[in-house]
Design a protein around this ligand. Structure first.
Ligand code: ISJ
Length: 356
């Protein structure tokens, strides 16, 4: 067989497989619609979606990497869910921010995504019911906690029903093809901080101007060729900017964690996390007593973050994440003891560990 004949044969086979895939996808859509008719209450089930993604990664025979398989199925589930219920998702805007990328990573591209001006507005719109879900940043591996999100979790009745981890790649971008005309660098203060060593080495004399978001920085750079911006790829695409230097973040593992907030709890997926906020009286050994129940019941803590309480000087609230779902017996036992030792406890939610 000549190479040309072989090519034709392979493509015919691919066409046949695409037909089979299309028939399977359509059947999947019909089944999802029927599931939607049977389900009561919330249609979106983050625990089920996480299980589907994990199972496919486990079963993946290759040669496609599991992350590629998961992305395809993420999109497929997004389209199937849209047949059951079109979702509205609010995120910290404007369009082109990492929060938007995180929202799309978690929900796929089928929902209507609504940019909000501030983290407060994301919480408010979920609470008011004008959107179904909200996506807010909570911590960055280089720059630490996002205080406003932590404060609002404490004050708000909403639940955490998911987490998204996004590798943050920062790029230097401009309307111009080179840096010759550059007079200033715009970016969000967090992004300027994440790229400070690169800026010190490569652009030491350019003034750094913090603005409200990376996307706003990209918008300003699009209007003025004498300005460059540091932002993500989505912002470069949105504003038609050239990437002059890619991946300029100082820490190559730079990751931001986002939370998905909503009005209801997520069910157990088999690999979950629980978040809570609590406080303890300012006494010797109080912190030890507070955390002891977790160790005693074999519950593994993944995060401990303190934050000044609004109630008094040098008083703190503690944000704790641990492995497990609040419906699991050992978590129920640990929570009961923790509530006994703490002066205040609020469980913020149990949710699947990020599957993507
Ligand atoms: C089909 C369902 O509803 C939604 C769609 C899913 C899917 O396409 O696999 C999974 C979970 C839900 O968000 C379901 O609950 O099984």
């Amino acid at each position: 067989m000549s190479e040309e004949q072989e090519l034709l044969k392979l493509r015919n086979e691919i066409d046949a497989i695409d037909d089979q895939l299309l028939a399977s996808i359509s059947r999947r859509g019909q089944l999802a619609q029927r599931v939607g008719e049977i389900k009561q209450g919330n249609i979106y089930r983050p625990e089920r979606e996480a299980q589907v993604l994990r199972r496919l990664a486990d079963q993946n025979p290759g040669p496609l990497p599991s992350v590629a398989v998961q992305r395809i199925f993420r999109e497929l589930m997004s389209a199937c869910l849209a047949l059951e219920q079109p979702l509205k998702v609010a995120y910290l805007g404007p369009a082109g921010t990492f929060s938007e990328s995180a929202s799309r990573k978690h929900f796929g591209s089928a929902p209507t995504f609504m940019p909000m001006l501030a983290i407060d507005d994301v919480f408010r719109s979920v609470e008011a019911g004008s959107v179904d879900y909200g996506v807010v940043p909570v911590e960055n591996s280089t720059e630490g906690a996002i205080g406003r999100t932590l404060d609002l979790l404490l004050l708000n009745p909403l639940k955490i029903c998911g987490e998204v981890k996004l590798r943050i790649h920062q790029h230097l971008m401009s309307k111009a093809d080179g840096l010759g005309a550059a007079r200033r660098v715009y970016s969000h203060a967090q992004s300027l901080a994440q790229c400070q060593e690169w800026l010190n080495r490569n652009l030491p004399s350019l003034p750094r101007v913090p603005v409200a978001s990376n996307a706003e920085a990209a918008r300003l750079a699009a209007e003025d060729p004498e300005s460059v911006a540091i932002a993500g790829e989505a912002a470069a695409e949105l504003y038609g900017l050239n990437i002059l230097a890619g991946n300029i973040e100082d820490d190559p593992n730079n990751t931001t964690r986002f939370l998905v907030i909503c009005q209801h709890d997520a069910g157990p997926s088999g690999k979950d996390k629980t978040s809570l906020v609590c406080s303890t009286p300012n006494r010797a050994g109080a912190m030890h007593r507070l955390l002891q129940p977790l160790a005693e019941h074999g519950v593994s803590m993944t995060k401990l973050q303190s934050r000044p309480a609004r109630s008094g000087l040098w008083e703190y609230v503690y944000y704790i994440d641990f492995e497990g779902h609040q419906s699991e017996p050992k978590v129920i036992a640990a929570l009961a003891d923790l509530e006994h030792n703490a002066s205040f406890v609020k469980v913020l939610g149990s949710y699947p560990v990020a599957a993507l």
